[in-house]
Design a protein around this ligand. Sequence first.
Ligand code: F6P
Length: 763
Amino acid sequence: MKLSLRFIIPLLLVLALLASAAMPLVDRLTFRWFVKDLDLRASLIANTVHEPIGRLAAENDVAGLHALFSRITQDERLYAVGYCTTGFAQPEGTPTLPTGIRCDSLGRYLRPSGHVVVDSHGPLLISARPLHSPADSMGAIVLVQDLSFAARRSEETKRYLFYFFVGLGALISVITVVVAQLSWRGWVQGIRALMRGEGLLRPTGRTAGSELQPIADDLRTLIRDLESEHRLRDGDQLAWTPETLREILERELRGAQVIVVSNREPFIHVREEGRISIQRPASGLVTAVEPIMRACSGTWIAHGSGSADRDVVDASDHVAAPVEEPGYRLRRLWLSKEEEAGYYYGFANEGLWPLCHIAHVRPIFRTSDWRRYEQANQKFADAVIEEARCDDPVVLVQDYHLALVPRMIRERLPAATIITFWHIPWPNPEAFAICPQREELLDGLLGSSILGFHTQFHCNNFVDTVDRQLEARVDRETFGVSYRGERTLVKRYPISVEWPPSAAASSHPVDACRDLVRAQLNLPPDQALGVGVDRLDYTKGLEERFHAVERFLEQYPEWIGRFTFVQIAAPTRSRIEQYQSYEHRVRTLVARINDRFPDRRAPAIILLASHHDAHEIFEYYRAAELCFVSSLHDGMNLVAKEFVAARDDDAGVLLLSQFTGAARELPEALIVNPYDADQCAAALDAALTMPIRLQRARMRLMRGLIHEFNVYRWAGRMLLDAATVRRRGRFVGRPLGSIKHTRFTDDRRIASEERQAAIQRRL
Ligand code: F6P
């Protein structure tokens, strides 16, 4: 209503203004018309009476003239008549003739429009007309006409005009209010319906519906896009929690089905001494993805590698997870011993793992391993297809074990949104070119809608590799790769840990952890403690770390017996020869260093080469003065972030290898080159002697960063991007869908044949 008034009030004001300007104008105009009419009438009367007046005047018949005049003035509008001739001072006429008219000043009444005077009777029009005989002038006739009727008519006209403007104003106002109300309600309802996702237009008939539906759909999409862009812009301000993720899934992805697929499972059932127990694997991937799955529900497909895994699944190989409080489903997939050997130990971990890490271990590529890798990838892709309840699920493919899976899924579920995350570094194009199956791997990965890496450096390396190896179009501005008619967004998503860490809820206070851990390790209560937590992997730089400890004790002998470095080392990939020899070298090195610095109080290094659960590790983090991460090359390294997250006392120092992705995010750590033993030794001393004030200043900054850039943000940013990709795909691609699909299917078939031919050629 307010809106209508805002329109109506000015409208009425304008109308009133128009009316007040129009009325005098109309009045003047109509009056002029009346005067003109009467003037013509005067000429007509004069012409009519010209003859009898001439005759009566000639006969000097005054009585006759008066009789003629009273006959003429029978007409109610002819008020008076008079006659002037030579020698007359006053006209001879009817008694009603105004006395002010003089025969010697008739000139002003001779004008065509006459002369208007107002006397006690009202307005009068005085007109004079000369009377001519054929011989000479006979004088003039004076006609006085009553103009009061014109004044009455003018009043009436003004009244009508007034009513006309009032009526017009009212009519326009009513129409305005009705139309505005109807349209406003319609729009409001429409927009509300759009927000509810029901559509703007509610067609009454079938035909109307089908015609208007695309417009409504497009509008809806557009509004969501705008909303979403807004959310994306605001994404940086979001507090990232499990709820944020759920909300993104619900609102941005409209509750889409989420399927995670990885080689490693989030928990493993193992049989020990006849009893089944659960183990959480030492895996950065699991650490990051598990909280996401708890938040998003969905299905996680992974290799069932535990000795008791088959004993606990249902008929369709599912098990509810996590066991304590089920929130998602784990679908286990079985691999034969040969498949596991070729795909996991062989191609993935003897080939790709050393290829992608600059750790000076030569990669091994066997054709038989490649075959197993292809087979296993197909199994994972088949499982995704089986688990998909719709044709457009959101599939999160994890890591280098499954590089072919994105393309395999894309071929079967073209509408799926596939986000692949590569958890390890991507090498430069020259290094990657070593791999005989490089093109197949790139082709597989480019089946993804989005391909994520931890750092921009790895994104750059990937895009450079594609540019070098494939006939693909690389857009370096948007970091998009167009290949075989489809586009993959290559983007940096730095992985992180959950915040707050779930272990914090059940953990002891820091002081209690200090005492507990020292007691467990048989160390004196005041022993300074450094901690390292890794898989027993050559990329982790354990040998370099222990050399640094050795150098530290050499250079700062006052710490001998007062400092112990405890290394938790989870055995990993122990069937691979490189890992066996690495473990052997590490154990020998620890023994040698401990022999070199014998002390009754405590050894220099304690190596705990066994599996530890997350709670135990959390206590070690809290008990230590420092944590040392010395990876020779690492995509991110979550141990660094876990240590920081565990230190809610804001104390403790992190020594961090410059070759980890984490070093780019945590410059407040003591950043070291693990190959430089002297530098690392100095950093160990700096950490152990750092004043608590400085420790807190550094730790608070790091905790602030991890709080904000936690694992929910890592997944949330990918899901938000997935939502955008999905929306754009629908909005832009729909009308072309069928054409596009046919063409791409052909492209894929041709490419697949070419691939097979290439493999044959190599063989
Ligand atoms: O770094 C890659 C990665 O998949 C990590 O996510 C994880 O820490 C590690 O490898 C696990 O290795 P695996 O599954 O072979 O034990």
